[in-house]
Design a binder for this molecule. Structure first.
Ligand code: DP6
Length: 402
């Protein structure tokens, strides 16, 4: 209660997942509050393969706010980071004002240190801002003893980050209110709902993405009539269908709609003026490969989706992983170090029938796919209790970890 002594140093560490949208978010109706023009739906990926870890510390001895990204000191003044910090502190103040017992109140005016790192290479071009802001908000909330609805705060860091606040299958409801209080993430089904579902991330070689999501979607909102039509007429119907396909674990319907929605998102990019191109030649080769594979089997066994970059994310079922991975290996043989080509969850070996090779595998393009990461749906942010897992030492500075 009010009598408790203030703590000199407090620290909290959380991890948070990446998510991949199957109904895409593209376009804001409010840039400051990060309110979307349409609802979206994603699958949260397992943190055993992809995660961000963040430690947040507050101390009366810190003289300034500081931030470290993957061990390198970075600018703590980033407006979206500052917004998240302000919003978590506001919730903490509200909670205390409400008279909730807090055994050890942390002085809200202490300076903070934040350290964050990814267990995957940033260079891989995998979306990291969603996991990053979900993790920051989770760690700050824990630090200040805030509980409950936090997707609204994560959304202020990056729109897609609100979906990383929950595990499994997650919907971000666009909401109707101008203040954004109803623009929240909800779990559609937990990660245990569809045990056979697998995800293959095909990390492609080559250049970094040209136009960031924030700038890209702004230009699309300003110029693309297709995006307006998509948000108003296409997404509402698709969202209802996608929820049904997930509920029924109907992979063929889920996969087809996932591919169509990715394609429509990239069509709105082409409809943007000047146009934005996130897909490259290799992305298009992977798209064609997936369609030939499905055609050969006479049903949808794999489904691709692409965000604001050329990496392909493939959804499939466990019984198809080994065969499709072998098809990718034959199509895009690793340039060097072939035993690091498949990472993450184990992949069995498969020998491809001659007819499949003849019908599906193109002329090999060596080195085009750098590696494949095999993962699956996973849970939301986690709290790390063990103090040895903090990224900051007792002095509040980054500590090397084994
Ligand atoms: C293509 O969430 O990165 O990945 O809200 O401006 O931070 P901001 O954008 P961001 O956009 C993600 C766009 C996407 C589709 C999706 O994840 O739904």
């Amino acid at each position: 209660g009010a009598m408790a002594e203030e703590r000199a140093l407090a620290m909290a560490t959380c991890t948070a997942p990446v998510n991949i949208a199957v109904i895409k978010y593209w376009g804001k109706r409010d840039n400051e509050l990060i309110l979307p023009i349409n609802s979206s739906l994603s699958v949260t990926l397992h943190q055993d393969q992809l995660k961000t870890t963040t430690t947040a510390a507050a101390s009366r001895d810190f003289t300034e706010d500081r931030l470290w990204l993957n061990g390198e000191e970075a600018d703590v003044g980033h407006p979206r980071l500052q917004t998240c910090l302000r919003e978590v502190r506001r919730l903490a103040r509200k909670r205390r004002g409400g008279g909730t017992e807090d055994s050890s109140p942390l002085n809200l005016s202490y300076k903070i240190h934040i350290a964050t790192e990814n267990n995957f290479p940033t260079a891989a071009g995998l979306a990291s801002s969603a996991a990053g802001y979900a993790c920051l908000v989770s760690a700050l909330a824990r630090l200040y003893g805030v509980e409950g609805e936090l997707s609204e705060v994560a959304r202020r860091g990056s729109g897609s980050a609100c979906r990383s606040m929950l595990g499994g299958f997650v919907q971000w409801q666009r909401g109707e209110r101008p203040d954004g209080r109803d623009s929240l993430a909800h779990q559609v089904a937990p990660e245990t709902h569809w045990p056979e579902l697998r995800v293959l991330i095909l990390v492609v070689s080559g250049e970094k993405k040209q136009v960031g999501s924030t700038a890209g979607m702004q230009t699309s909102v300003d110029t693309s009539p297709l995006l307006k039509h998509r948000a108003e007429a296409v997404v509402p119907e698709r969202l209802a269908l996608m929820m049904r396909h997930i509920r029924e674990r109907d992979f063929e319907a889920f996969g087809q709609l996932t591919m169509r929605d990715s394609n429509q998102f990239h069509a709105t990019c082409l409809d943007t003026f000047p146009p934005i191109f996130y897909l490259n030649d290799l992305s298009r080769q992977i798209i064609a490969l997936a369609h030939r594979f499905n055609a050969h089997h006479g049903r949808t066994k794999v489904a691709y989706t692409f965000d604001a970059g050329p990496n392909a994310v493939i959804f499939t079922l466990a019984d198809t992983v080994a065969e499709f991975v072998e098809v990718v290996r034959r199509s895009f043989p690793p340039a060097t170090n072939g035993d690091q080509f498949v990472r993450g969850l184990p992949v069995g070996s498969a020998s491809l029938p001659e007819e499949l090779v003849a019908a599906v595998v193109p002329e090999a393009v060596p080195g085009a796919v750098r590696y494949i990461l095999h993962t699956q749906p996973g849970p939301g942010p986690q709290l790390l209790d063990d103090p040895s897992q903090h990224l900051l030492g007792a002095d509040g500075l980054p500590q090397g970890r084994p």
